[in-house]
Design a protein around this ligand. Structure first.
Ligand SMILES: Cc1cc2nc3c(=O)[nH]c(=O)nc-3n(C[C@H](O)[C@H](O)[C@H](O)COP(=O)(O)O)c2cc1C
Ligand code: SF4
Length: 438
């Protein structure tokens, strides 16, 4: 089952395991791409995943989550993406570009824009990055930016685009009943809150035509209150399912089921809260947002950080990390006829095969277990049910990537600390300095 091809609109993916968006700060501050990102993505293309979904590519610098990710914000970016796509294609692997406008959901804003665009003037609640409610003209501009970015991906011969509509990104800030406080045509009842995301999909479809793969990542359970208990829950299951129906009608070719109305969230990436790691790597975020003192206490000071760690892992007490979103993807599959892929802890062949056979999903996407074991699909091909040293969901990779190269930092998975560090730095191998003649 795992090795059967999957059709996402006109795109055929070679098996049912897609690499989910995951990547480090490998590119330049100005949004230009580097060979380091190409190295990173090639690692997975070589290892047999069905397709790669890129890490988030900002459609405008103001929409970046954090500097250091290659943009798709102007035609000048097309050659870089064309080269990356061609290199990935050499391994028979399709490449889907994830388009992001993060709005207020930021980690480190660029110098130019103190306030993130959003549906609301309320600051993002975890770090306290300020927000500015978008005007109707700004909404239309951003919709057009998504369409232009998709057209660029198509011109770069990439195989499709995915709208980053989950995990607190700008489309979530409109869709969520717990975030959107507007009183115009983009706020209030579900059909108004859904308008922005649906306009994005329709505009992309118009720009790329019918023969191009367009996906949408969506958080079915927002559960804002699981991150910070004083927040509202966010959308109900029924509201999210209705959005899925509308996304299909608007022209989406597949849905990518995730969880959490912000990023990170106890359900995404689900796992531990590595307090000792965060003490070392949470500096820049602390001082960038407005909750510096609260977050210093919460994240940097025992026993508060341990208490937060206890709170963070609460939703996992009665469920496994692997397949944490399968209930939601099953519900989505019952209301749409397009393929549904799902993220969340997958790294066991039998678990994945059973989920597909039961009809809970059509395929899975994997991020951290592939960071830990880039050859996971090869292991499955050889008949192993799991990699010998599986991902522990410790989340040390996540809480390191702002300051260090994205890699697995779970020392227990390596024979030595030196081996772990060698592996972390290997993404830079073979990256040549520009020659003088160039
Ligand atoms: C370091 C890191 C970066 C991530 N970046 C993105 C991203 O750019 N876009 C996105 O939609 N999800 C992002 N995610 C979420 C993953 O794509 C995935 O949905 C999540 O980690 C759960 O899957 P997993 O259990 O296989 O890791 C990121 C996760 C990690 C750990
Ligand atoms: S640091 Fe390694 S083991 Fe821990 S979650 Fe990340 S990839 Fe998995």
């Amino acid at each position: 089952m795992i090795f059967e091809p999957l059709e996402l609109g006109v795109l055929t993916v070679r098996n049912r395991i897609l690499r989910s968006s995951v990547g480090g700060r490998f590119d330049n501050y100005d949004g230009s791409g580097t060979p380091v990102r190409i190295n990173w993505d090639l690692r997975f293309a070589r290892s047999g995943v069905g397709a790669i979904i890129s890490s988030n590519a900002p459609i405008h610098p103001r929409g970046a989550i954090v500097p250091g990710y290659a943009h798709i914000d102007s035609d000048d970016t097309i050659p870089f993406w064309r080269e990356l796509g061609a290199r990935v294609h050499e391994h028979g692997c399709p490449y889907i570009l994830q388009l992001v406008h993060a709005g207020r959901e930021r980690i480190l804003p660029f110098l130019q824009w103190e306030k993130g665009l959003s549906s609301t003037n309320e600051a993002e609640p975890l770090n306290g990055f300020p927000a500015q409610a978008m005007t109707l003209a700004e909404i239309q501009e951003v919709v057009e930016m998504f369409a232009a970015a998709a057209r660029r991906a198509q011109e770069a011969s990439l195989d499709g685009v995915e709208v980053a509509g989950a995990n607190g990104m700008l489309p979530t800030q409109f869709l969520s009943s717990g975030i959107n406080d507007r009183r115009d045509a983009y706020g209030g009842p579900l059909e108004n809150r859904a308008r922005f995301g649906l306009e994005i999909v329709r505009a992309i479809r118009k720009a790329v035509g019918p023969d191009y793969c367009v996906g949408y990542k969506i958080s079915i359970q927002e559960r804002l209150d699981e991150l910070l208990p004083w927040l509202p829950k966010g959308n109900t299951l029924e509201e999210s399912l209705q959005m899925c129906r509308w996304l299909e009608e608007a022209g989406a070719d597949y849905l990518h089921v995730s969880a959490g109305g912000g990023f990170p969230h106890p359900r995404n990436p689900a796992g531990e809260f590595p307090a000792a790691q965060i003490v070392k790597t949470y500096d820049t975020m602390l001082s960038s947002g407005k909750h510096t003192f609260r977050n210093y206490l919460t994240f940097r000071t025992p026993p508060f950080n341990r208490a937060f760690g206890w709170w963070w892992t609460r939703p996992l007490r009665d469920r496994e990390v692997e397949g944490i979103n399968l209930g939601e993807s099953r519900a989505v599959k019952q209301v749409v006829s397009i393929p549904v892929v799902v993220t969340g802890g997958f790294q066991t062949a039998s678990v994945i095969a059973r989920a597909i056979e039961r009809g809970d999903c059509d395929g899975v996407t994997i991020a951290r277990p592939l960071v830990a074991n880039p050859d996971l699909v090869r292991h499955f091909e050889q008949g192993l049910d799991r990699a010998p040293r599986p991902c522990t969901y410790c989340n040390k990779c996540l809480f390191s990537f702002v300051e260090h190269p994205l890699a697995c930092y779970e020392e227990a998975r390596f024979d030595s600390r030196e081996e772990m560090l060698r592996e972390a730095l290997s993404v830079y191998e073979g990256v040549e300095a520009p020659s003088e003649a160039a």
